[in-house]
Design a protein around this ligand. Structure first.
Ligand code: S6P
Ligand code: ZN
Length: 188
């Protein structure tokens, strides 16, 4: 094959202490109003949007890559701390469009949980904290939840052609939620 047709090697700098990708080419941001329908306490979310000025919920920093077979996507996922009613801030969650595509989350900062579920309803929660890697197996939807007081930041790696399927999880929801209780974060 002519080497001109190959995607070129490159390198990227990270600040692993701060959990930042330096000079990301793309930033996706979700604010509280993007999360309508996801929390159990809808009125609490509306209050947050109104009273706190639709605060930032989470960001994804990435370097766009060709989706061609073989490329590996990497990004930083940064989820703010906070509560909607009693429920900790979380990401929307998704299956991959290529549902058999796995993903690795290496937690760089913060504390929380990775909630994962299958289409048949099996649900698993793995703790996330600095230095812990969570392997999201093929066919498992995944949502991260910030149960701490600082941003929950992970480096994510997955096949670049995996895509995101938000529709199925929007319809199904996750069978469990993470709420604040007297004894700390509790899975209900
Ligand atoms: C992508 C990977 C993460 C999430 C990010 C936001 O496959 O799992 O980068 O996109 O944590 O979550 P969500 O569910 O809104 O895409
Ligand atoms: Zn994913």
């Amino acid at each position: 094959m002519n080497a001109d047709h190959l995607f070129r090697p490159f390198a990227k700098e990270f600040d692993l202490e701060r959990g930042e990708m330096l000079d990301p080419e793309s930033r996706i941001a979700r604010t509280a109003s993007d999360m309508r329908g996801y929390y159990a306490d809808g009125p609490a979310l509306e209050r947050l949007i109104r009273e706190a000025g639709d605060p930032l919920h989470y960001e994804v920093f990435e370097t766009p890559l060709p989706e061609a077979e073989g490329n590996l996507m990497f990004c930083i996922s940064k989820l703010q701390p906070g509560l909607v009613g009693d429920e900790y801030f979380m990401t929307k969650g998704h299956y991959h469009q290529v549902s058999g595509a796995a993903e690795i989350y290496l937690c760089l900062r913060g504390e929380g949980l990775m909630l994962m579920k299958t289409a048949s309803g099996e649900c698993v929660a793995e703790p996330m904290r600095r230095g812990r890697l969570v392997y999201v197996a093929p066919h498992w939807a995944h949502r991260s939840i910030n149960a701490g007081e600082e941003p929950l930041i992970s480096l994510c790696l997955y096949p670049a052609g995996a895509g995101h399927n938000y529709g199925d999880i929007e319809r199904e929801g996750f069978p469990r939620r993470v709420v604040r209780s007297g004894s700390g974060p509790t899975l209900v």
